[in-house]
Design a protein around this ligand. Structure first.
Ligand code: NAP
Length: 472
């Protein structure tokens, strides 16, 4: 495919191959963007921002509404594209494509709701005769940078709110998975988006990222990806707004009054979908010692049924990891844990990019599979003797994106909600659950700012305060 910059589709002689993670076949190629392309995109986006700001809320709604409709019509093609470039099973590709429609439909509604508020200035001393109100205005030029693991869904969480709020956006998709984003841009242009307002620049983030993020024409960066790249972007960005959606090593606490079967189902669904490559994957299960054995038996029996293989085959339950390097890294971390005294309960084998669904028990907090982000199909289990220890262990991390507890005890559930340092908290389900309308984002080093169209629109607009000094 070509990239979309300068208001048109652009090709380059230098190409990057997009590979299917299952068999390494070439799905397509994309242009390798460079510094000159960044400059063209930035200059174009400045014009695009002016065009967008001149549209009414209803006109922006109409574009987004039509785009959602076209996405729905092309759902199966989008789902297959996701699976081909990312490697997740086709059932998950279809869920992602459907959720993407929902995000754009939600964003369309937000386009009609950009309002300010009357500020009661007469409540201030000496402010008689003053009348004030706020206006919400677009930031202008936004840069959206997205990761490989949800190549359509997370791109929609950036493009939808950016356009709804009247901005121009330059998207830099992950180099491993740029095709879903490019197909989405085709759809948005067909739906009537001004071509200067929506650009998709392909190429290596390490080469073009700094030029994009440092430029003062960019007023807002919305980034989803790893902690280290996020920190680098914050340093490069200087004085501009940033939203950071970063990594995690999500904990799931299992108290003794939980139903082991139900927890096993939730932990398996939360731990192994997309081969564990989800920012809110359950990575650390913290079990009360009274339920530890029953839970492990039920969990092992459930995870044993996760069949691996070709992600396009309907019967497959888990596909490959994105790159062989990552599968090798996960394998090394599991070996490190086992040689340090942890017990391999299930899995632990690798064939190329395919890593078996793996359970490791008696994991200690200092092991990499506990304290770092695994981002692979590995769940570690650690027994504790009470709720205090469970909460302390859940919080013993620099991350804080999602956490969960299984219990029927309202006091334990309430303590979990109040004391666990996490942006998303789930009682009686796993850590991997999200409705696209909710405010979603991490605490601590999992990031800052919230996504979800209503909340992202707030972060992609500025507030202006107007004061009328009445009566001469
Ligand atoms: P990544 O390596 O951090 O890459 C993310 C994006 O940043 C890619 O588009 C990448 O481009 C780009 N990039 C790389 N270097 C850059 C630079 N110097 N300046 C600007 N951009 C740069 O992450 P990933 O491996 O794709 O995704 C996995 C990570 O994302 C995990 O840590 C996961 O937890 C996190 N994630 C978080 C959320 C959330 O909502 N909190 C959701 C999904 C994923 P290239 O591809 O060209 O290198």
């Amino acid at each position: 495919m070509k990239m979309h910059i300068g208001g048109q589709w652009v090709d380059k002689s230098e190409k990057i191959e997009v590979l299917h993670p299952f068999d390494g076949s070439v799905v397509d190629t994309i242009p390798r963007g460079d510094a000159a392309d960044v400059e063209l995109a930035l200059a174009t986006a400045e014009r695009g921002a002016k065009v967008m700001a001149s549209l009414t809320g209803y006109e922006r709604y109409e574009i987004l509404h039509k785009a959602a409709h076209l996405m729905e019509e092309r759902n199966e093609d989008l789902a297959r594209t996701i699976t081909l470039e990312e490697g997740k099973i086709i059932a998950e590709g279809r869920i992602e494509a459907s959720r993407a429609v929902e995000i754009i439909a939600l964003s369309a509604e937000e386009a009609k709701r950009l309002g300010g508020e009357v500020v009661p200035l007469d409540g201030a001393p000496g402010a008689a005769g003053k009348f004030g109100f706020t206006l919400r205005v677009p930031c202008g030029v936004i840069v959206g940078i997205s990761p490989f693991n949800f190549p359509l869904h997370l791109v929609c969480h950036k493009i939808g709110p950016a356009l709804a709020a009247g901005n121009a956006i330059i998207l830099k998709p992950a180099t491993d998975t740029p095709l879903s984003a490019l197909k989405l841009v085709e759809i948005f242009l067909e739906a009537g988006t001004p071509p200067e307002a929506l650009q998709c620049l392909t190429g290596s983030g390490s080469v073009i990222g700094d030029a994009l993020c440092a430029d003062s024409r960019v007023r807002k960066i919305t980034f989803t990806g790893s902690r280290d790249i996020g920190e680098h972007i914050c340093r490069t960005a200087g004085l501009k707004r940033v939203t950071m959606e970063l990594g995690s090593n999500a904990p799931l606490i299992v108290m003794p009054d939980a139903d082991p079967e139900r927890v096993a189902q939730a932990a398996a669904a939360s731990g192994y979908s997309n081969a564990g490559q989800v920012c809110i994957s359950t990575q650390r299960v913290v079990t009360h010692e009274k339920i530890h054995g029953d839970f492990l038996d039920a969990f092992k029996a459930t995870v044993e049924n996760i069949t691996t293989g070709d992600p396009l085959a309907e019967a497959t339950k888990m596909g490959p990891m994105i790159r062989e390097d990552d599968a090798v890294r996960v394998d090394q971390w599991v070996e490190e844990a086992v040689s340090g005294g942890a017990e391999l309960v299930l899995g632990g084998g690798r064939e190329g990019q395919m890593y078996q669904p793996t359970i490791v028990s008696n994991v200690s907090p200092e092991m990499k599979i506990s304290c770092d982000e695994v981002f692979g199909p590995v769940v570690g289990v650690t027994p504790v003797s009470n709720i205090d220890e469970a909460i302390a262990l859940a919080n013993d991390t620099n991350y804080g994106l999602s956490a969960a507890i299984f219990t029927q005890n309202i006091d334990w559930a309430m303590r979990f909600v109040q004391e666990v340092e996490s942006g998303n908290l789930h009682v009686n389900w796993g850590t991997q659950w999200r409705a696209d309308l909710m405010p979603y984002g991490g605490l601590k080093e999992s990031g800052m700012g919230k996504e979800g169209p209503k909340y992202a629109v707030e972060e992609m607009t500025e507030t202006k305060m107007a004061v009328f000094h009445m009566g001469g």
